[in-house]
Write a protein that binds this ligand. Structure first.
Ligand SMILES: C[S@@+](CC[C@H](N)C(=O)[O-])C[C@H]1O[C@@H](n2cnc3c(N)ncnc32)[C@H](O)[C@@H]1O
Length: 447
């Protein structure tokens, strides 16, 4: 068994713990003075003094040839603002040392993360091109092999603030930058998890005590506690990160035991058999489909939904559905296959969509938001937005059979979900396939 702390183990360990010895950052910027303060204080200032890293600032203005030292011009095609000229930037980049990796800071780039920072820390020379104004003449990207990097999905005044984020995150991987070499590996993201919480003196403040285990001096218990807190922080704040690293069965047991808020309980599905469209686009009624009852029921049970409604006004179809459900929930089917009884436990047979709405209201204590679905149309809510609604209110997702929900159901709904594969040509999923894709896009693995 490895004696390394667990957050230093894992498949991506090699990426994180094989940095180069030093990086020379070549910042290409119209505002070299922007970096005066950040590079003169704290760890960055010390690292520069100790030659742990080097920084050069290159102003593209130095490469201009005209009297006014022009670095920008108006955009072709019109529009507001100015665009940075190619030639000064081309010359600045041509002046970089051989083998220099060239980064363009831009909102359309790959989002900067710990893994990218670790990979950049292996370089000897990094050129950081900082745009200003409306941006840079697009042909720069054709002339050079550039790594496009973004600080996040927001727009800054210039690339300088993004370059600073990049430099600091890269520098933390360099030997001699942090107090001890392994610190960077223990931080958030390096292990694929967020970090555990830190505490310092006093032991008690405003009635809040430092967790007892941290005062115990028992390093094994402390390491185990920190690992679980890292798992818990990640689960609560950024659950999608949990899918990026392998979890042990102990980790999974621990995560299962955490107190969960369950947005999934607020999601309900209605499968509508009337009013739906037929082949000619006329309003009609469809028959139940055994597979839809079972498969969508299994989706609802797997993802922990609040309920699933089969909506049919036809009395004989209701009788048939109830017989079928009773066979699997209480009859011979339940004894032969208890899992299927669980899957079908949340299925309700109702006469209309209105009955389903009223049933959800009685369970959830408030009227649900009704979200219709369709393979066509633009939609006005996507799966991510539905997830956000689930934290505030119940949502009844309405699925149509036949040739889709009738227009009046769509018009009376609160929202229309953006279609799956909205740019595709062929778009004819079975309703049970659509149901599982939609539910998974809304809830993912951890909600
Ligand atoms: C005002 S911005 C230009 C924004 C551009 N018109 C757009 O809508 O994408 C000027 C410069 O700031 C930098 N910048 C702005 N936001 C950024 C971000 N999120 N990440 C990295 N660089 C950014 C880029 O270098 C960009 O060329």
């Amino acid at each position: 068994m490895s004696l390394r702390p667990r957050w230093l183990q894992g498949s991506r360990q090699g990426v994180y713990f094989n940095p180069g010895t030093s990086v020379h950052f070549h910042i290409i910027t119209l505002f070299p003075e922007y970096f005066d303060s950040p590079l003169s204080c704290g760890l960055m200032g010390k690292a520069l003094e100790k030659d742990v890293l080097e920084v050069s600032r290159i102003n593209p203005r130095e490469f201009t040839r005209d009297r006014h030292r022009t670095v920008d011009d108006r955009p072709y095609g019109g529009g507001p603002g100015m665009v940075m000229l190619l030639d000064p930037l081309v010359q600045a980049l041509n002046a970089m040392p051989p083998g220099c990796r060239k980064v363009l800071l831009t909102p359309k780039g790959k989002p900067l993360d710990q893994s990218l920072a670790a990979s950049l820390a292996k370089e000897n020379d990094l050129a950081l091109v900082c745009g200003r104004y409306e941006g840079i003449d697009a042909r720069l990207e054709e002339l050079f092999d550039l790594d496009l990097v973004s600080a996040g999905d927001f727009v800054l005044n210039g690339g300088e603030a993004a370059a600073l984020c990049l430099m600091e995150s890269v520098a933390r991987f360099l030997p001699g930058f942090l107090g001890k070499q392994e610190s960077a590996g223990e931080e958030s993201f390096s292990s694929g998890l967020l970090e555990y919480p830190h505490y310092t003196r006093p032991e008690e403040y405003a009635g809040l005590k430092v967790p007892e285990v941290l005062l115990s001096g028992d390093h094994g218990r402390i390491a185990a506690w920190r690992w679980q807190k890292a798992l818990e922080n990640t689960f609560r704040q950024r659950p999608e990160l949990l899918t990026t690293r392998p979890l042990t069965s102990n980790d999974l047991d621990f995560l299962h035991g955490l107190q969960k808020t369950r947005p999934a309980r607020n999601l309900y599905l209605a499968l509508v058999h009337h009013p739906v469209k037929n082949k000619m686009g006329q309003e009609s009624t469809t028959s139940l489909t055994n597979l839809d009852i079972h498969d969508i029921g299994r989706v609802c049970a797997t993802y922990g939904l609040g309920g699933y409604y089969l909506c049919t006004p036809l009395k004989d179809q209701q009788v048939l559905a109830r017989r079928l459900l009773s066979h699997w929930r209480e009859g011979p089917g339940a004894r032969a296959n208890p899992d299927r009884a669980l899957a079908l436990a949340g299925v309700n047979v109702v006469s209309s969509l209105q009955d389903a709405v009223e049933n959800v209201e009685s369970l959830a204590g408030r009227r649900p938001r009704i979200v219709a679905t369709s393979a066509s149309g633009a939609g006005d809510i996507d799966c991510g937005q539905v997830f956000e609604r689930l934290e505030k209110e119940p949502v009844l997702m309405v699925l149509g059979t036949g040739y889709g929900l009738s227009d009046r159901v769509v018009q009376e709904a609160d929202n229309l979900l953006t279609p799956l594969r909205l740019l595709g040509g062929y778009n004819h999923l079975s309703v049970r396939s659509a149901a599982s894709t939609i539910v998974d896009r809304i809830l993912g693995d951890f909600a």
